[in-house]
Design a protein around this ligand. Structure first.
Ligand code: 13P
Length: 335
């Protein structure tokens, strides 16, 4: 087994998942604004440190994705944040893309940037303790989108990113996110997600990426948030499994879903069903941002010094998702 394969498997062992805490300062400011907490570096750190030092970090969280600001901050006890995370038993990770920008040639779509100078930035993050990285490509669904151009441009960037990350001995998380915004049906989401993922793997293989040393972070197959054609959670799980079985090479060790705007319970319930019906060899876990943090953030905002209370709320969500990653969750466990 390669070193990268070992790192990937450890992050998602025994129902563990990933805490995506890599919101850019702009996104984090929106999140904090929504609960009326000023978005200062100190407050951003306080909330994040509260999560990173919760007991569920040891039991449930195998990896944490950080943002550039956080990986360079010191905890309240003056420890480096990546050290705090490793001491809790999880792997520190880092978002390395620099965001999705308008795609020349199809300006309503986006292409993710950040390849320039990436090799040097990766070396720095590796020295800071990062074991894995994240890059998110983003695709919207409409009649003509995602276009061939956006599918190819983003797949190319994801592959070049992944090759550079593995060269630097870290595990790349490959995140092609097909957004749930829109009126599309689940069938459309299925077809478009499938095209996107297949193209990503074509490029990853072309760029000689070791598929045993990556983690795929896809969306689940859902109907659009403005669609009239809603499907059941069982159908979400079955379509998601079928789509991934047909588009992901079997060497890939693990798949960790993004929550993408699903509610906390929905994201947990769907993950649980995916694992109940999992007829693949892939480990299926979570890499949630909003679906792990929402309740904790709301609770924390009422009194930002209430560390224990906030950790309790976060621990519960992490535990529920770790049970779901083993197909062992049920609604009556929710409080
Ligand atoms: P959500 O789970 O909130 O979609 O965030 C996951 C993520 O990392 C998006 O890039």
């Amino acid at each position: 087994m390669s070193e990268l394969n070992n790192i990937a498997l450890k992050i998602i062992e025994k129902g563990k998942g990933i805490l995506a805490a890599d919101e850019s300062t702009g996104t984090m400011t929106k999140r904090l604004d929504s609960v009326n907490v000023p978005s200062t570096p100190e407050n951003r750190l306080l909330f994040r440190e509260t999560l990173f030092s919760a007991t569920s970090m040891t039991e449930c969280i195998g990896g944490v994705i950080l943002y550039d600001e956080t990986i360079k901050q010191l905890s309240s006890k003056k420890n480096k944040i990546p050290e705090l995370i490793s001491n809790m038993g999880a792997a520190p990770g880092i978002k390395v893309d620099t965001g999705a920008k308008a795609l020349a040639g199809s300006l309503d779509e986006k292409v993710t940037e950040g390849l320039d100078g990436l090799r040097e930035r990766l070396k720095e993050y590796y020295k800071l303790g990062a074991k894995f990285t994240k890059w998110r490509g983003v695709y919207s669904i409409s009649k003509n989108y995602p276009s061939k151009l956006s599918i190819e441009a983003n797949a190319h960037a994801l592959a070049r990113y992944s090759a550079l990350v593995q060269e630097c001995n870290m595990v790349p998380i490959v995140e092609p996110e097909v957004l749930m915004d829109g009126e599309h049906s689940a069938k459309e989401c299925y077809e478009k997600t499938s095209n996107v993922i297949k193209k990503c793997f074509e490029e990853l293989i072309l760029h000689k990426v070791d598929l045993t040393g990556i983690i795929l972070k896809p969306n689940m197959i859902l109907s659009g948030n403005k669609s009239k054609d809603k499907i059941s959670n069982e159908e979400v799980a079955k379509l998601t499994l079928e789509c991934l079985k047909n588009s992901v090479p079997s060497e890939v060790p693990g798949i960790t879903f993004l929550s993408g705007g699903q509610s906390e319970i929905e994201a947990t319930e769907n993950l649980n069903l995916i694992n109940k019906y999992n007829n693949t060899n892939f480990i299926m876990s979570y890499s949630y941002g909003r679906a792990l943090q929402q309740s904790a953030l709301k609770f924390w905002a009422k009194d930002i010094q209430n560390i224990d209370g906030t950790q309790k709320v976060f621990n519960h969500r992490a535990k529920m998702n770790t049970l779901a990653a083993q197909g062992k969750w049920s609604k009556d466990l929710e409080i």
